[in-house]
Write a protein that binds this ligand. Structure first.
Ligand code: FAE
Length: 548
């Protein structure tokens, strides 16, 4: 995703040879701008690390979008909130003076307990582009392998916001109504999407600047070939501070998006949740965050719930096992994390009365990635933050919204890369495996066929008009489609099916779900804005009506 040339331009050193091959494809990248945000809230949270035997009124599991929204609104309502997050609090700099590593030179900070990277675009010219990152460490990006797919997720205080591309896209109204018919869409579009956009710090690129910015040559080239083939392109809002990016391009600030930073975190420019929702929640004095704390069990107690938590160190050793009592528990561990926990709790008899539907309705948002071998220069300097998409969602025979993704290799590659979001109706379920004690996911390789068909129809037309071909060396040897991984896991604990219409697990009063697991497998666009807005809607209702 990045190249080296801009590194030399910033005076941070030129990397050559094999490192040029160690880039990753990032689709859905993001940056953070609030570099000067005080980190005192994290210090405060650390001082209040949850202890064995503690009793808390509200425990939130996970610090991604759903958890951060719940934390802020509850804290603002004067409630004391304890949040536990299995990943680390990313506040400490490494030997290089930076908190996060970039995609060109990944080290142990990149991946969640791996000794070799597992890059989304894992090949180049048919050879593996992955590299050794020993020792295994509590890194920022998890690549969680299931039988027929692997799911990328952020690990750390801020969840997916740490690693994602920051694209904050509102779904089309008609599609939102189709996927979540029980939700009042008028209220969502009038109140909760704007509330989420405001709190997330969503901003738009200066379109005049875009037209001449060196770092977006790749987007302009993909726009041209899409438009020539009759497809519409749209600018996409983002939580990366585009004002900061303008300065990066001008070389007046330290580069982040322009230094191949994204899927392993951004050191600057990105308004990740630790800079927005969680910072605001902490500022109330009502939130404590315990990082490197993983919830392993939840079961009813005499009053409320008993929550079992494993505290780990950054090497993965369990340093403490804690049992906590919570009057209310909010599951916000993400589509995979929440589904795995609930399915395991039902199967092992800890929460036996959860509905049979728990774990079902999981989808990959129709994700499929693809690269074209273009004829136009895409640029050695590419912003890791996408700002444009090809919008062919109106094509009833195969809707596609394709993010124009960077390929910041630091050298010219002529590669046009895309993360296509398609309408794929296949759904999978999580199930507890009594043999292994783990939770499996029933997704099959063949399930991605409708996504490939829709994307192929669109990109075949683009290739045909442009006289170009697909790259077949980026996702394996002679493999065109990146169809075995997911950036947008959704579902597993569906709204108005497994929960009530606001995320309550009604068979267990005081248990709630507040994350991407509520959404039935698809949003038609990148999902975090929808997850955030839905959480805003649900927590407002819950605070107003439930006794906290
Ligand atoms: P999430 O953000 O995953 O937060 C869940 C948190 O819970 C994580 O921090 C976990 O570590 C933690 N957790 C899990 N289990 C436990 C446990 N047992 N105990 C304690 N903590 C636990 O969930 N979406 C967009 O809209 N735009 C983009 O540009 C975009 N780009 C992406 C790029 C990449 C590389 C990736 C991986 C994802 C991207 N996404 C993007 C997806 C987006 O980040 C994702 O939909 C949201 O982060 C999901 O939000 P949740 O709140 O559901």
């Amino acid at each position: 995703m990045h190249g080296n040339s801009f590194r030399s331009a910033t005076g941070t050193g030129v990397r050559r040879g094999v490192r040029r091959r160690s880039f990753i494809a990032g689709a859905g990248l993001a940056v953070g701008s609030l570099a000067l945000q005080p980190s005192s809230w994290i210090a405060k949270a650390t001082a209040a690390t949850i202890g064995d035997g503690d009793s808390v009124p509200i425990l939130i599991i996970g610090s991604g979008y759903g958890g951060a929204v719940a934390a802020l609104r509850l804290a603002q309502a004067g409630k004391k909130v304890a949040m536990v997050e299995m990943g680390q609090s990313w506040t400490t700099t490494g030997d290089d003076g930076k908190i996060f590593c970039n995609m060109l030179d990944p080290d142990k900070r990149s991946f969640w307990f791996r000794t070799t990277t597992d890059q989304p675009v894992g090949y180049f010219l048919g050879a593996s582009a992955n590299k050794s990152i020993s020792p295994a460490y509590a890194g920022a990006l998890d690549s969680e392998q299931f039988a027929a797919t692997r799911v990328y997720q952020g690990r750390g205080v801020g969840g997916g916001s740490l690693v994602n591309g920051g694209m904050a896209v509102q779904p089309k109204l008609s599609y939102f109504q189709e996927i979540l018919p029980s939700v009042d869409s008028t209220a969502m579009y009038a109140t909760y999407f704007p509330r989420a956009q405001s709190a997330l710090g969503v901003n738009n690129i200066d379109q005049t600047w875009f037209e001449s910015a060196e770092c977006y040559q790749f987007s302009r080239v993909s726009r041209k070939t899409a438009n020539n083939a009759g497809f519409t392109t749209v600018f996409v809002p983002n939580v990366y501070d585009f004002g900061y990016m303008v300065k990066e391009q001008a070389n007046t600030v330290t580069r982040s998006a322009l230094d191949a930073e994204v899927i392993y975190g951004n050191n600057y420019g990105k308004r990740s949740l630790d800079k927005t929702y969680l910072a605001a929640a902490s500022a109330t004095g009502n939130l404590s965050i315990s990082a490197l704390h993983k919830v392993t069990a939840v079961a009813p107690a005499a009053s409320g719930y008993t929550v079992t938590i494993a505290q780990i160190d950054t090497a993965g050793n369990t340093v403490a096992t804690k049992t906590v009592t919570a009057a209310k528990v909010i599951f916000a561990a993400g589509s995979v994390g929440t589904s795995k926990l609930l399915v395991a709790m039902k199967a092992t008899g800890k929460l036996p009365n959860l509905p049979a539907s728990v774990g079902t309705g999981w989808g990959n948002n129709g994700n499929v990635m693809v690269g074209r071998a273009g004829l136009d220069l895409t640029g050695a300097l590419q912003s890791s933050i996408p700002c444009m998409g090809i919008d062919n969602w109106g094509n009833a025979s195969g809707p596609v919204f394709a993010e124009i993704a960077p390929f910041p290799a630091g050298t010219e590659t002529w590669i046009n890369l895309y993360l296509a979001i398609t309408k794929n109706n296949n759904r999978a379920a999580f199930s507890y495996n009594t043999g292994t004690g783990k939770v499996d996911l029933s997704w099959q390789s063949s399930y991605t066929a409708p996504s490939i068909a829709a994307a192929k129809a669109m990109f075949d037309a683009i290739n045909s008009k442009a006289g170009t071909v697909y790259r077949s060396d980026l996702f394996g040897t002679d493999k065109i489609w990146g169809d075995d991984f997911v950036y947008h896991p959704l579902g597993g604990c569906l709204l108005n099916t497994t929960t009530d219409n606001y995320g309550r697990l009604t068979s267990y009063p005081g248990l709630y779900v507040m994350d991407g697991s509520l959404i039935p497998g698809s949003t038609g666009v990148n999902p975090f804005l929808t997850i955030t807005a839905l959480a805003e809607r649900n927590i407002e209702q819950i605070i107003a009506n439930d006794a906290f």
